[in-house]
Design a protein around this ligand. Structure first.
Ligand code: FCB
Length: 435
């Protein structure tokens, strides 16, 4: 690997992403409650010990150093820090401080996420984010986290993929709480949006230097029948609701979420006006969308037959990232630095991962450069294999393979490639034999 490639922009954040529940092990929250029910998770698996990252974080962070990563995004588990209403678990907070300090000692920047899909049971019992009182609890939690970690952490993600959380849990009913009702999903999305806006200001008031965003899952929606007005309409509605409605609220201070004949929220939200310092983007794939207005489900998603796919049958579609970046520009969001804070694939035999990283990172840097966007960093999902929600432990997203029997971690070939890019601080093509 002599090619010095395409140098990363000055100060580029290069590293990985991980979430508490998927890696730590030993949690008790809304997800473990879900896992305890039969047929919710593939093979009836439970997150259980997961990667035992709670106990093994030091050796895992050693792996980040080995990868030449300078940034790591992870989440704190709300249910550990506030296991019952009004409480604060000092021991858990101390543990997270040790984790953050471990990263900092290595010169690795921590990006801390406050909500990655899991709720403490007491919040779940009160109706989770469907209950608007959860907004206040979340803001209180954000404040406490700032007070506990804010001397060590400047960079925050309030929420991970809030719209996905709302839609998959409350429209598709595939994740907790398993509801199938578009209108309820949109109510959850609105409450999350308000929670983000208020948490943003709570953190900012405690330290104006904090740099705050959320991780938005941005996805391309392509109409299945190219000339079907219905499918074209469906793709447009999905794009608007899933991708851009939140940013419009940040730009205007007004919520306007509209699924015609299903749900409309039109309300003032002054707390959201300007509540974003950078644009956190998770990018994986696209959906082909078709619409049947006579069915309850209305929107149907599929994958193009002829495409190259991951082990989870997700289309590998780096072009989509280019499209999203163009949309960022056309939605007048180009003043925000863009942090690609999740991008990755399930690829057990590691035959596609290096090329996937190369193609996406190249798209990110080239298109941003062309459009005058500010690419801030690339965080790969994920450092190591972990508990992939309803898919259980089958999908292998890691640069490191995890043997769940022994908790051994083994670097995949793509980890060596990633490491070399970290060393050179440049985008370089993967080695030719890497397939
Ligand atoms: C994202 C989630 C993350 C992980 C990846 C594969 O949507 O944020 O937790 O499951 O997908």
């Amino acid at each position: 690997m002599k090619d010095l490639g395409f140098p990363f922009p000055e100060g580029f954040w290069f590293g990985t992403s991980l979430a508490a529940h998927q890696a730590e092990g030993g949690n008790t929250n809304s997800w473990t409650r879900w896992e305890d029910q039969p047929l919710r998770i593939k093979n009836n698996e439970k997150s259980g010990l997961a990667c035992d990252h709670w106990n093994r974080y030091h050796e895992d962070f050693e792996r980040l150093s080995w990868l030449n990563a300078n940034t790591h995004r992870f989440s704190v588990e709300w249910s550990r820090l506030q296991p019952v209403e009004g409480s604060w678990n000092e021991e858990a907070a101390h543990h997270y401080r040790k984790m953050i300090q471990d990263l900092k000692t290595r010169g690795i920047r921590p990006v801390l996420c406050l909500f990655h899909f899991t709720l403490p049971l007491w919040i779940d019992d009160q109706g989770g984010f469907e209950n608007s009182e959860t907004i206040g609890h979340f803001v209180e939690f954000a404040k406490r986290c700032q007070q506990a970690f804010g001397d060590l952490v400047l960079d925050w993600l309030t929420l991970n993929e809030p719209v996905v959380y709302a839609v998959v849990g409350y429209s598709a009913g595939m994740t907790p709480p398993g509801v199938k009702d578009h209108a309820r999903a949109m109510r959850v999305s609105v409450n999350l949006l308000r929670a983000h806006g208020q948490a943003y200001h709570a953190i900012k008031n405690l330290n104006p230097k904090s740099f705050i965003g959320w991780a938005q899952h941005l996805r391309v929606f392509t109409p299945k029948r190219k000339f079907s007005p219905l499918d074209i309409w469906g793709a447009r509605v999905a794009d608007e609701v899933m991708n851009w409605s939140w940013y419009k609220t940040i730009q205007t201070g007004k919520i306007d979420i509209n699924i015609p004949s299903v749900f409309r929220a039109k309300e003032e939200s002054p707390e959201c006006l300007g509540a974003m310092d950078f644009l956190g983007l998770n990018y994986y794939t696209r959906d082909i969308i078709s619409v049947n207005l006579f069915s309850k489900q209305k929107f149907f998603l599929s994958v193009p037959e002829k495409s190259v796919k991951t082990d989870l049958n997700w289309e590998i579609y780096p072009e989509g990232l280019g499209k999203i970046l163009k949309e960022i520009k056309s939605h007048r969001l180009s003043q925000y630095p863009v942090l690609l804070c999740e991008n990755g694939l399930a690829d057990q035999d590691d035959s596609k991962r290096s090329k996937f990283i190369y193609d996406h990172l190249k798209k990110f840097l080239e298109v941003s450069d062309k459009l005058g966007l500010k690419p801030m960093g690339y965080l790969h999902w994920s450092l190591m294999d972990n508990f992939e929600w309803v898919e259980g432990f089958d999908p292998r997203f890691g640069l490191f393979e995890v043997n769940y029997k022994t908790q051994e971690r083994i670097p995949r070939k793509s980890a060596h490639y990633f490491r070399e890019m970290g060393r050179l601080k440049s985008l370089i093509p993967p080695p030719e034999d890497d397939s």
